[in-house]
Every structure is written in C-alpha cells, then in structure tokens.
Design a protein around this ligand. Structure first.
Ligand code: P1T
Length: 399
C-alpha cells in the first residue's frame, strides 16, 4: 500500500474511490497509474514461498487492483473480476446444487436466461420466472428448495424495477435465510445502473454481478464481468471457482477497465442527462407509442426509481407507432446511433432486442412479457444531446 495515500474507501466519496482505489502510487517506481502486470508466473524463493502471487490465473496484481476498486464502488468487502459478464454469472450459479431452485425476474438479459435454461437446467437446477415488479410474486415462489433470487433492476430491455429493500424484508425470506445459513441469496445484476446510481448491497442484496463490458469500462473495448459481495465464506467459494474454472480477464483488460472507471461518475451523469432529455423528446413525439425510461413520470415505478436509485441511467426502450418495418427503417436511418448489440459505451447504440440481445428467448415468452418484435433499445451515449435529438428527428421523419 502506498504511503502517500490512505486506503480510506469508507470516508471517500464515489468519484474519489473510482480514481484512487487500486491506483495507489507504486512503491518501487512512483508510478501514479496501476502497473500492467503481464507476467503469467511469479518467482518463488522456495516451493510455495512467494509474495502473494504464483500464477496469473489464480491471482494477478493488476486484476487485484481492479477487484479492490470494484468492491469499494459497490460498498462490498470483496470483488472478483471475470473475462465476461456471463463468466461472472456462471461463477455465482456454481454455488448451487442439483435440486436447488432459483426465482428469477421474467425479464432478463437474454444471455442470462440462456445460461439458466441451456446450461444449468440440465444439472437439475430449477428456475421459476416471475414478474418481479411485484415482490408478492417472489414471495409466492419461496420454499425450502429456493437458494437464489436473481434480479435485474432495471431489467434489460424493458426497464422494469424490483423493490430491493422490500425483497430483502420479506418475512418468509428472512425465516429461510436464518434456517439455511444465509440462503436464499439475493443476487442483483447491476449492469444497467452501475454502482454510481445504485448500490444493491446497501439495499439488502447479498451478491452483485456486473457485465463490466458496459458502463463500468464504458468505452466498448473490453468484455468483462464482476462479482461483489460481503460474505467471506461465499467469497472464498467463488474465488475458488474463479481459479478452478478459469474465466479470468487478461491483465490488460483489467488495466483498461480501471482506466475507464476513473471517469465513471462523470460519464454516468452525462448518460443520465442525455437520456432524460431524449426520453422526454420521444414521449412527446406522435410517431412514438411507448417510452420505457425510469426517469419519466409516466414510468409505472418512477417513485421507486427515485427512492432506490440516485439517477435513472442511459437506457431507454421504445415502441413506434408503426410496423416492424418502420422500426427497422428508423433504426437503420440513424447516423449517430450505431445499430448493434451491447450498451453503456460513450457512443450511442440502438439495438433490436428481439433479433439481437434477446434472440435466444422464445418468442412466445418475449411477447408474454411485453418484449415485442417492434421494440427498440437505445443506449444513449455522451455525445452532445442536441446532435442526438437531431439524428433521432431525421430518422423519425423517414417513417
Ligand atoms: O456480454 P457479457 O459481458 O458476458 O455480459 C452479459 C450481460 C449480463 N447482464 C446484463 C444485464 C447484460 O446486459 C449483459 C450483456 N448484454 C448485452 C450484450 C446487451 O446488449 O444487452
């Protein structure tokens, strides 16, 4: 630990932690930026006698710096970094055993649902999908076999919320937790908000997961994931699996992600401002049928959003007044919004969930939850918002 800085993440505020935790001045060289440790192996004075690192899959100093930083940002004790968001999700699911049940939001990133259905059901893990906008639906599914409650709030792509405090305070859940050594665990995928706008561990969640590919790295140049938690026993088990399974990020990806995090606070503020303006613009446009954005008063859970988040983020989903072909025409007419997968980068992106991020979700389920073939998802970047609105305007004029 550097002598000229105190590791004081409890006293510092978010933007300070984002810049300083994990980037303490290097003792040997004075480097202000975290060194990039590419070495795969570490010298041992005698077998097993080393300085904390032996092999880069098991532990790497650049990765450890990122993990400390992520833990501080989420107000957790422990952080673990992965090669992708799904790598992190997979690791959390390893805590389960055959016969265990997971209660999950019925509106989730398509890849999360895919790993549940295609990879874990075959090992005897059961999944119950509920409309988690009403915590009573979660309560109804709770039983002795329930070991996890898996939530995205806001959800991808419909931007629906779950009241995390209300979930954590469910009597039935508290009874089960006290009987079953802390299980069922509340797991929250916090990718859409980033720790800047929402800290699930402070609202009663046990584990937070992230696709750091998105806002945390923020520059659309690293695929990564993370787990943050407080419980030491679960941390040790997850750390064991991180090494045993090996979905670890490269040191360079960790270094880039740490660099991205330095501007997370600034970026999130601008994503939020731009998205609010765009959501309001779209809501007032006659060619737009629905706008899902938690910052709009018309959002059914706007009050909860104000209570549980400190901002509304940069993600919007919309349906146009028109056909599927109109939606495609609009998406392909945009010049600043690139048509593609992913989100959370500084540049704006428009996606078509039904054919892209949620293509693996059966159509019948998609329609049931309101994810229509015409739904479009906007990841609002941090360009000048006037330019973004002009771009949307000219594309809407084309339909
Ligand atoms: O892509 P990866 O880093 O493996 O993260 C998966 C993931 C997990 N959780 C959420 C909420 C996500 O949105 C994602 C990835 N999502 C996209 C690629 C997308 O365009 O929605």
């Amino acid at each position: 630990m550097a002598e000229n800085k105190i590791d004081n993440n409890k006293a510092w505020k978010f933007a300070t932690n984002a810049i300083h935790i994990g980037s303490e001045t290097d003792k040997e060289t004075g480097a202000v930026i975290t060194p990039l440790h590419m070495s795969t192996t570490y010298w041992q004075e005698a077998p097993g006698k080393h300085r904390g690192y032996e092999y880069s899959r098991s532990g790497n100093p650049t990765r450890a710096a990122l993990e400390r930083n992520l833990a501080a940002l989420e107000h957790g004790r422990f952080g673990l970094a992965f090669a992708s968001g799904l790598g992190a999700i997979d690791c959390v699911l390893r805590l389960l055993k055959p016969g265990d049940k997971v209660i999950a939001s019925d509106d989730l990133y398509g890849g999360s649902r895919r790993i549940f259905v295609k990879a874990y059901e075959r090992y005897g893990i059961k999944f119950a999908y509920v409309d988690a906008t009403d915590v009573k639906n979660i309560e109804k599914e709770l039983d002795e076999t329930t070991k996890m409650i898996w939530l995205e709030t806001p959800t991808n792509p419909l931007l629906r919320l779950t009241d995390l405090k209300a979930v954590a305070q469910l009597n039935k859940l508290m009874e089960l937790k006290s009987k079953n050594s802390g299980y069922p665990l509340i797991v929250v995928d916090n990718t859409f908000m980033s720790p800047y706008f929402q800290k699930p561990l402070l609202l009663g969640a046990d584990i937070v997961v992230h696709s750091t590919t998105k806002y945390i790295n923020g520059h659309s140049d690293v695929v990564g994931g993370a787990i943050i938690l407080n419980d030491e026993t679960n941390y040790k088990e997850l750390k064991f699996f991180q090494n045993a399974i090996g979905a670890v990020p490269s040191p360079f990806d960790c270094w880039l992600t740490l660099r991205g995090i330095k501007t997370l606070a600034l970026r999130m503020e601008q994503h939020n401002k731009n998205a609010q303006k765009i959501a309001e613009y779209l809501s007032a446009h006659k060619k737009v049928k629905t706008v899902n954005y938690p910052g709009l008063k018309s959002h059914l859970q706007h009050e909860l959003a104000k209570k549980q988040m400190t901002g509304f983020g940069g993600m919007i989903s919309i349906e146009l007044n028109g056909s599927f072909e109109d939606a495609v025409k609009f998406a392909t007419s945009l010049k600043l919004f690139a048509l593609g997968e992913s989100l959370g980068g500084v540049e704006s992106i428009i996606g078509h969930p039904a054919s892209m991020t949620h293509a693996s979700v059966p159509r019948e389920h998609r329609l049931k939850i309101g994810l229509s073939d015409a739904l479009l998802r906007l990841s609002v970047g941090i360009e000048d918002v006037d330019d973004l609105i002009k771009d949307i305007e000219q594309a809407l004029d084309k339909i």
